[in-house]
Design a protein around this ligand. Structure first.
Ligand SMILES: Cc1cc2nc3c(=O)[nH]c(=O)nc-3n(C[C@H](O)[C@H](O)[C@H](O)COP(=O)(O)OP(=O)(O)OC[C@H]3O[C@@H](n4cnc5c(N)ncnc54)[C@H](O)[C@@H]3O)c2cc1C
Length: 547
């Protein structure tokens, strides 16, 4: 009997980066590595996109990363959420988050349909010439020998083969095999409660906001989503079983306050247990962890996937710089330094929110919810809570950026705003930055501040230069200039005559006055190249590790 040809036959012998897991994080990594020109293979043991009800909310930071990945607003449907309300059966509405409006050009909070986002990401991956995908292929073994990683793969028919990769990214989800292969514990806790997630279509009285019904007897987060969809999450009481709760009859009873069973269509249902866990390190040698493989959070602040997208944005440009010989592998250490503290802080926020959503009993509910209500009587604290001032800022304490104080948030992202480009088109500023590092001149063109040698060195490092002009500036305006239409970048971010160096993930690497341009460029190049291996001078140490 002849067997169908194995998918493994078509795979290359070696790749620069092997991505294990083609969920949303693996797909985002594939898009970015493809954009940066890195030969990449993505494998997934599942034949297709998972359709279980999972992520539903994304914040402006995630949308900005998806913009960088290459998805425009039309790529997948979103519903902007103007407000999040917290209700208590004892003290009434005790909290709210004002999520109307935009930050950095994106809605502060949207809901979406995860399979649609994943499909959009996979379409982008398919368009990347440097990226190959193989679904139905499982990773069985990883051996990192210091010079590269050997992976043993198996397809659905049981055929096995080995493949060599310069680096491996484990984006293989919460039960990550890659994480176990590099001996990483997944410290933290699993919640003792189960939750039933129900997505329904055609709800008769749709809501436009997110509500948390924080009733200790049955906490229920409830939210609208694209496609006339709504989601409810019901915490199971002791003694209730998955089978009972997933039955049509039980779901009908649970949804009765929002409509009769015949009035809406149940689309998806699943029972989950939530976790709050994070690795001790996001990498070991040539192997990196991203997304749920590295950290997993209860979904009360909708940050699980968002954190995975932050990982992708942080890691991919660094991998590209190393495999393309522009940097030493030492720069990859900054991935763990920069990402892990923030991922942990977000898990902390989700746990805090969990205490409000599911208080243990009526007394705890009255105390917790009553305290939040009282705190909100004080205007500064009210603003802190309502405007999400308690959300951990994505600004690094340690990592790949210049030390010391500039005028811009070094180690944090430059704001994004609407600009008019040299052709007169109105665009979001990130879209003008490209995929490499950028030297921005506020009010002047950086090129004019540098000698030819430094301009060449900057270009050779994959860098480009751009002038940001203030509104209607015509004097001293160069060809490669963008006019800041709303003042998001100027004058708030930096004074006229200031330079800023951005990493490809829009994080401020360095900044300083224009008359110190040469020093700024020299120091930035050293940072981007990474420390030289012992015994080699800084400028000559890089060498391609292209597999
Ligand atoms: C109920 C619920 C609600 C949520 N709500 C939100 C929210 O509102 N906002 C938010 O940001 N996040 C939310 N999340 C979290 C979000 O869904 C996850 O963080 C996200 O899906 C993780 O993506 P990932 O790509 O890291 O992992 P996954 O999507 O789990 O993908 C991992 C992939 O790896 C593959 N794989 C595993 N092992 C192997 C192997 N050995 N070889 C090959 N392939 C392998 C798997 O088949 C899978 O396709 C929610 C999660 C749940 C459960």
């Amino acid at each position: 009997m002849s067997h169908p040809p194995s998918l493994l036959q078509d795979l290359p012998e070696q790749v620069c980066v092997l991505v294990v897991g083609y969920g949303p994080v693996g797909a985002a990594i594939g898009c970015l590595l493809g954009r940066y020109g890195v030969r990449t293979l993505i494998i997934d043991k599942a034949p297709d996109i998972l359709t279980q009800p999972r992520a539903i909310a994304l914040d402006n930071e995630a949308l900005r990363i998806l913009q960088m990945v290459g998805l425009d607003e039309q790529a997948f449907e979103r519903v902007a959420i103007p407000q999040v309300r917290m209700h208590s059966p004892y003290v009434g509405q005790f909290g709210q988050v004002n999520s109307a409006g935009a930050i950095d050009g994106h809605a502060k909070l949207v809901t979406f349909y995860q399979p649609a986002l994943e499909a959009a990401l996979r379409r982008l991956v398919d368009a990347q010439a440097m990226v190959q995908t193989a679904c139905g292929v499982e990773l069985l073994e990883l051996v990192d020998d210091g010079g590269g990683v050997t992976a043993r793969l198996r397809d659905a028919s049981g055929v096995e083969r080995r493949l060599r990769a310069g680096f491996v990214v484990g984006a293989d989800g919460a039960a990550s095999f890659v994480r176990r292969s590099i001996g990483q514990d997944f410290g933290g806790a699993t919640y003792p409660e189960d939750w039933l997630i129900v997505d329904a279509l055609d709800v008769p009285r749709p809501i436009d906001h997110i509500e948390f019904i924080c009733d200790p007897r049955r906490p229920i987060p409830h939210m609208p989503a694209p496609g006339r969809r709504e989601r409810w999450e019901f915490m199971l009481a002791p003694g209730e079983t998955r089978e009972q709760m997933e039955s049509d009859a039980r779901i009908g009873e649970l949804l009765r306050p929002w409509g009769e069973p015949g009035q809406m269509k149940i689309e998806r249902r699943a029972v989950y247990r939530f976790h709050a866990r994070c690795c001790e390190r996001f990498s070991r040698g040539r192997v990196f962890l991203a997304g749920d493989a590295a950290h997993i959070t209860p979904p009360f602040v909708g940050q699980g996937l968002v954190a995975g997208l932050r990982d992708a944005a942080n890691l991919c440009w660094k991998l590209a710089a190393v495999v393309q010989g522009r940097a030493t592998p030492a720069i990859l250490d900054s991935y763990d330094q920069e990402r892990r503290p923030h991922a942990r802080a977000m898990i902390g926020l989700a746990k805090l929110m969990g205490r409000m959503v599911m208080p243990r009993n009526a007394l705890v509910a009255i105390l917790t919810h009553g305290t939040v209500r009282l705190i909100r009587l004080l205007p500064p604290l009210r603003r802190l809570l309502d405007d999400l001032g308690i959300k951990p800022k994505n600004r690094f304490d340690k990592g790949l950026f210049a030390r010391g104080g500039g005028r811009l948030p070094r180690g944090g992202q430059l704001p994004q705003g609407w600009v008019r480009d040299a052709q007169g088109r109105i665009r979001l500023s990130d879209d003008l930055l490209g995929d490499g590092p950028v030297l921005l001149g506020f009010g002047l063109h950086p090129h004019h501040q540098l000698d030819e040698q430094r301009c060449r060195a900057w270009t050779a490092a994959g860098g480009r230069m751009l002038q940001i002009c203030h509104r209607s500036q015509s004097l001293h305006r160069g060809d490669d200039a963008a006019e800041d239409l709303t003042g998001a970048l100027l004058p708030g971010a930096a004074p006229f005559g200031w330079l800023v160096v951005l990493r490809p993930d829009r994080v401020v690497l360095h900044d300083g006055p224009a008359d110190e341009a040469a020093r700024l460029v020299d120091e930035s190049l050293v940072l981007l190249q990474g420390p030289a291996p012992a015994g080699l001078p800084q400028a000559h140490h890089t060498g391609s590790t292209q597999a």
